[in-house]
Write a protein that binds this ligand. Structure first.
Ligand SMILES: Cc1ncc(COP(=O)(O)O)c(C=O)c1O
Length: 447
């Protein structure tokens, strides 16, 4: 039996409609930006394996750090115990994170990093004399994960489905998205800010915090917005007594051409969520960073004033070792500069693609390059499924978000490989437009 057949018999895959999905790719190894399939072919991982692989797959220095740590200390509970890796990683994160963040709370993945931030915000206000502050402000088309709190603050339109009745009410604001380069965008923010002000007034004294994906709304369709909106949003929320939660699960560690996307808007958030690229994409680990002001409010004689939250694998030593190695390699290989080089590459190769048939727009930021097809919603992306299949046949793995086709490759990728990936995508877009669309509706696109 093939691996795919054995898989079909026993495995339940994430975000996949098993009734219509193609057999999964059987991946046996990976190196750099390339996946090696069981049939011997090589595929360029143009989406960094769900945006996790920061530098490149199986980087020798990360592999060595993981093996070394596993041999010394595999795991230990993190309540009442500590270990060198967790402490050093916290020190390094605080050193690099936007100013004011002073405490690191570890968890497992992006969703849990967000859950922790949401709980911290609510409990902070409750213990700071403002228990009525329980209302979250979030952006339309935002995505923050699949656990219930994260789903609540995410935009329910595409993902919440049957869970919608169980999600708590959230106040949403529209985002002034831009095409092209959001760092060069010159748009009038006044209407968006006026709408924001109305929502803030509606929240009143109930406002707990805003949660944002800074500059890039990833799963919502790689929607980009200018730094000035981020800065103005944060300032207004603070003026209304709310905290600012930056969800940099996707944008963190250089993806946007700055170490953290908040830096584009000179924003120091009160809470910062990190995951995905934290370990270079090798192991699950997340962190929620908080200011000392927030941390202090959780101190007291009563155990119940602590943050009563934790996961079995909190601060797993092997994952911490991977994260430390990833940060060292990122420094040595000047990864943020590599994201900027990708930005420059996209600025050259994407604008001409606007002329392709069926293309609505292109945009880019750091290592993220986007082409959006005209028409079609998130769950009926027949064309993009066809494009994805054509790309795969040419050795390029993409995973469109409905009509949104994008690359977000490992930052250590060879520029020529990224350039070729876009040539393959452009050819596939053209071929699909010429042949019309013929495949069944796709319901498996996902973040
Ligand atoms: C901005 C953002 N927040 C949170 C998450 C959830 O992360 P995870 O899938 O690791 O739970 C994602 C995942 O794509 C994300 O893009």
């Amino acid at each position: 039996m093939s691996l795919a057949d054995r898989d079909r018999a026993v495995v339940w895959h994430p975000f996949t409609q098993a009734a219509t999905a193609d057999p999964p790719l059987a991946v046996v190894s990976a190196a750099g930006s390339w996946l090696q399939l069981a049939d011997g072919t090589r595929v360029f991982d143009a989406i960094s394996s769900w945006w996790t692989c920061l530098i490149g797959h199986s980087h020798p220095r990360l592999v060595a750090a993981i093996a070394d740590q596993a041999a010394r200390l595999d795991h230990v509970l993190f309540a009442g115990c500590t270990h060198p890796g967790a402490v050093e990683l916290a020190e390094k994160l605080i050193e690099r994170a936007p100013l004011g963040l002073a405490r690191v709370f570890y968890s497992d993945d992006g969703s849990t990093a967000v859950e922790v931030a949401l709980k911290m915000a609510v409990q902070f206000h409750a213990q700071n004399g403002q228990p009525q502050r329980t209302r979250f402000l979030a952006l339309e088309s935002g995505y923050h994960g699949d656990t219930f709190g994260a789903m609540s603050v995410g935009d329910p339109a595409d993902f919440a489905g049957p869970f919608a009745p169980l999600l708590w009410p959230v106040t949403r604001v529209a985002v002034p998205t831009v095409d092209g380069d959001p760092l060069a965008a010159d748009i009038d923010l006044a209407p968006a800010l006026a709408a924001l002000d109305r929502q803030l007034l509606a929240c009143g004294e109930a406002l707990a915090a805003v949660i944002v994906e800074p500059l890039v709304q990833g799963a919502g369709g790689m929607r980009l917005y200018p730094p000035a909106f981020l800065a103005a949003l944060a300032a207004r929320v603070r003026a209304h007594g709310g905290l600012v939660i930056a969800d940099e699960v996707m944008t963190g560690f250089g993806r946007t051409g700055r170490l953290f996307a908040c830096e584009h808007g000179d924003l120091s958030p009160d809470l910062l969520c990190l995951a995905k690229g934290l370990t270079g994409g090798t192991l699950p680990l997340a962190a929620t960073l908080a200011t000392e002001e927030i941390y202090t409010v959780f101190l007291g004689k009563d155990a119940r004033s602590a943050l009563l939250h934790g996961h079995s694998f909190t601060a797993n030593p092997i994952a911490c070792a991977a994260a430390l190695a990833s940060m060292r390699v990122a420094d040595d290989e000047q990864l943020v500069d590599k994201a900027r080089a990708l930005h420059a590459l996209y600025a050259g190769i994407l604008p001409p693609l606007r002329a392709l048939p069926g293309v609505q727009s292109v945009r880019w930021l750091g290592g993220i390059g986007v082409l959006e097809l005209a028409g079609g919603g998130y769950h009926d992306a027949e064309k993009s499924r066809k494009i994805r299949d054509l790309c795969l046949r040419q050795g390029v793995l993409i995973r469109p978000l409905g009509p949104v086709i994008y690359t977000l490759p490992p930052l250590g990728s060879v520029l020529a490989d990224v350039r070729r990936a876009w040539q393959v995508i452009a050819d596939a877009v053209t071929a699909t437009a010429q042949s019309g669309t013929i495949v069944a509706p796709d319901v498996e696109n996902s973040p």
